[in-house]
Each structure stands twice: as structure tokens, then as C-alpha cells.
Design a protein around this ligand. Structure first.
Ligand SMILES: O=C([O-])C(=O)C[C@H](O)[C@@H](O)C(=O)[O-]
Ligand SMILES: [Mg+2]
Length: 428
């Protein structure tokens, strides 16, 4: 309209608070989780006095990158997400475009990792300013609730020298079944993922078989994080044909996954959050038919909208779309839930580490993100629909200061118990 003025909501201030929360001794192919998981809470304050929230990784290198972006973001309109992206790119100044993931196993896009919490915080602010939930800003929720999977881990009963965490040890099929039974009883999960790559493959096959016997109707997945050779991957996939819904990252790299995929001739869908972790990985993966399911994760795909772009690309190329997680808090769970609700083809139960987090440790006010029937109802309040608990944020920040951890290093931690430990990478 001639003469109309368009108001903007510029970023006035950005706060980044690193936090630490307790994490059990969960085992994986590179070692064992340390006693605390690190995250960062991003607050974007606008000229209208609204604060948008985002959550991301909490290691020093990533925190430094987040801080570098702040001066570039000041004054940017929170509704102009392209400008937010340009600000983040400018802050990296053409520095390394790929960054190691938490476990140092794969390289992700550095700019997308940095952009993600700012994009989520801007969307949260937009929602608060317009009175609409983030799922509406993403095109609308196509489902009222989002299903998550029970994420089972081999684990120790306690950290070395620490107190038992109440879950007990899970070092064999019976231990895994007991663990999943509790998760299913407590949260109602309707799908199960087992983190493998810890024990020789045959033991993990037995654990999957035990899960199938205990839960005849639940879709099952196994993820050894690239611990196997292509030969082993093919053998295990054939053994678990008809038992697994998909096999995740049995072997490292696109060429290895492509070989397994070719030899399986479609008998077992292969999924990944390791060999397709950035947009530039898609063309070679598609060309080689390396994977049939991509696990999205807005924390490294550049936020919620870029993850929706990934969803559309997967749809075009006939790939399934699922969701990956790392240890996380409530801001991330809210963002994951809005994203999955507004992405029509994200219809696998999503991964979450949520059951491993202590109920009394979060940065959001409890009550909104409850599991029922293995699913979380999509929050309907403005923005992400969750409220920052400032006392809890201060407590978890203090815990970050005290815990001494500044980057995740499962391998070094494992070597304090088993000095000769070598990560299992195509090891069996
Ligand atoms: O699906 C995956 O690869 C993961 O969930 C990665 C995580 O880092 C997992 O391995 C863990 O928490 O140890
Ligand atoms: Mg995985």
C-alpha cells in the first residue's frame, strides 16, 4: 500500500549461556559418555522486548563460533532469516566451511551449525511477536503430536567412581530388554533404536532378537555408527532382514554404504546421520544409492527451515526422512517437535536422548513437553511454546563452570578405564 510503513524487529542483544547436565555412562563405538553433556542456550532479544530461544552444542570451539556471529546479528530483523544467514556466513569470514561433529567422526557444515540456534531463536521471537506457534511459521502442523523412539544404549550402572544412576548396567541382551521395557512403560514409545558398535556384531544381533521377542510389534533400528566393514554390514542386514525397520550407518562413508546398499539389493533400508550430513553430501549419496533414509537434525542442517528443505529433497529423490538427536534439553525438544510436526514426510518416530536426562535438569519450565504414548504434543503457545526457567539456567551454567568439561571426548574418557581402547571404526 502506498505510504504504508513496514516495521521491523531488530536484534538488540544476543546472550549465549553454556550449560552442563548429568549424563549416564552410555557406551558407543568411540567410547563412553562423560558425566556431563554440554549445551548452549541462545537468547535473541528484539527491539520489541521479546526474547527468542535457541539451543545448540556447548563445546568451546562451537561457542567461539557462536560468539563471533553476535556482532553481525545486531540490528538484523528477526523476520529476515536470509539476513540472519548472511550475518552468520560473514562472521565465519570464509573460514573452514566444515566442522567436526561432537564425536569427531564426521564433518558437518560449520555455518549451518552456527546458524541453527539463531534461526530457531528468531523463529521463536517471530512466533511470540505474531502470537503463532513455530509450526505455523513452518507452514502449519500436519500432525498434533510427534512420535519419538526409545533410544537404548549399552551402559554401565555408574560412571567410574560415581553413584549408580538408577538405570542399572546394560551389557547384554537381557540388560537392553530391561532398559527398553522401562522406557516403553514410562513413556509409551512405539519404536526402538539400539545404539550398537559397542560389542561384536553377533552380540548386538542377539540383543535385537531379544527386543523383537519382547516387543513383537514395535519397529526396531540398530545403529553401530560405522563400526562394521561392508562384508559384516551385509551379513548382519541379511540376518536381521524382516526384523529391523532400518539399519543405520553400519559402515563409514558414502562409498562403503553404497557398496552395502548395492549388495543388499533393496532387502534392508540403510539410514544415515554420518555420511549425509550437509547438502553437498546429497548428490553423491543419491547418485550412488548409498542410503534410503536420511536422519535430519536441525542442529547441523542449518535450522528448521533448511531441514524442511532437506525433507523436500528427500521426497523428490524417494528417500525416507527420520530425525537424529544428541543429548539435549527442552528448547531443542520443542524445536524438534515443531519441525517434525510441520514436515509432512518426517514420519518415522524421531530419535531423542530425552529419557537419559534427569527430570529435574532442564532450562525450560516443566509441563509443556510431556510424553504420552511415545509422543510429544506439539506446543500451541506462541513461538516454541516453552518458557525459559532462569533459575535453572543459572544452576546449569554454574554446573558447566564447575564440571571442567569443555568438549565432548568419549574416547579419552573410555581410556581412563580401558587404556588400550581404540574406537570401533569398520573394526568388525
Ligand atoms: O544416531 C547417532 O549416530 C547418534 O545418536 C549419535 C550420538 O552421539 C550417540 O552415538 C551418542 O549419544 O553416543
Ligand atoms: Mg546414527
Amino acid at each position: 500500500m502506498p505510504g504504508s510503513t513496514r516495521s521491523t524487529s531488530p536484534v538488540l542483544d544476543v546472550t549465549i549461556t553454556p550449560v552442563a547436565f548429568h549424563d549416564p555412562a552410555l557406551l558407543n563405538n568411540v567410547g563412553v559418555h562423560e558425566p556431563f553433556a554440554l549445551r548452549s542456550v541462545v537468547e535473541v532479544r528484539t527491539g520489541d522486548g521479546v526474547v527468542g530461544l535457541g539451543e545448540s552444542y556447548g563445546d568451546t570451539e562451537h561457542l567461539q563460533r557462536l560468539h563471533r556471529a553476535v556482532p553481525h546479528l545486531l540490528g538484523v530483523d528477526v523476520f529476515d532469516l536470509h539476513a540472519v544467514g548472511r550475518a552468520v556466513a560473514a562472521s565465519l569470514g570464509g573460514a573452514a566451511s566444515r566442522a567436526g561433529d561432537l564425536l569427531g567422526q564426521v564433518v558437518q557444515d560449520a555455518a549451518d551449525r552456527v546458524l541453527s540456534p539463531f534461526e530457531v531463536a528468531c523463529l521463536d521471537a517471530q512466533g511470540k511477536l505474531t502470537g503463532r506457534p513455530v509450526s505455523d511459521l513452518l507452514g502449519g502442523a500436519v500432525r498434533d503430536e510427534v512420535a519419538y523412539s526409545a533410544y537404548a544404549f549399552y551402559k554401565w550402572a555408574a560412571h567410574p567412581g560415581g553413584e549408580e544412576d538408577g538405570w542399572g548396567a546394560a551389557l547384554d541382551p537381557a540388560g537392553i530388554v530391561t532398559q527398553v521395557r522401562r522406557m516403553v512403560d514410562e513413556h509409551g514409545f512405539t519404536a526402538v533404536k539400539l545404539k550398537g558398535g559397542v560389542f561384536p556384531p553377533q552380540e548386538e544381533v542377539e540383543a535385537v532378537r531379544a527386543l523383537r521377542a519382547e516387543f513383537p510389534d514395535l519397529p526396531l533400528r540398530l545403529d553401530p555408527n560405522g563400526a562394521w566393514t561392508p562384508d559384516t554390514s551385509v551379513r548382519v542386514a541379511e540376518e536381521l532382514d524382516g526384523v529391523l525397520e532400518y539399519l543405520e550407518d553400519p559402515t563409514p562413508g558414502i562409498p562403503g554404504m553404497a557398496e552395502v546398499s548395492r549388495r543388499l539389493e533393496g532387502r534392508m533400508p540403510l539410514a544415515t546421520n554420518m555420511c549425509v550430513v550437509a547438502f553437498e553430501d546429497l548428490p553423491p549419496a543419491v547418485a550412488q544409492d548409498a542410503v534410503q533414509v536420511v536422519l535430519s537434525d536441525h542442529h547441523y542442517w542449518g535450522g528448521l527451515r533448511r531441514t524442511q528443505d532437506l525433507g523436500r529433497i528427500c521426497e523428490v529423490f524417494g528417500l525416507g526422512l527420520s530425525m537424529h538427536s544428541n543429548s539435549h534439553l527442552g528448547i531443542s525438544l520443542a524445536a524438534m517437535t515443531h519441525l517434525a510436526a510441520a514436515t509432512p514426510n518426517l514420519d518415522y518416530a524421531c530419535d531423542t536422548h530425552w529419557p537419559w536426562k534427569r527430570a529435574d535438569e532442564d532450562v525450560v519450565v516443566p509441563g509443556v513437553l510431556e510424553f504420552s504414548g511415545g509422543a510429544v504434543r506439539v506446543p500451541t503457545g506462541p513461538g516454541l511454546g516453552v518458557e525459559l526457567d532462569r533459575d535453572a539456567l543459572a544452576r546449569l551454567h554454574e554446573q558447566f563452570e564447575r564440571c571442567g568439561l569443555r568438549a565432548r571426548d568419549d574416547t579419552t574418557y573410555m581410556r581412563t578405564v580401558d587404556p588400550g581402547f581404540v574406537p570401533h571404526r569398520a573394526a568388525w
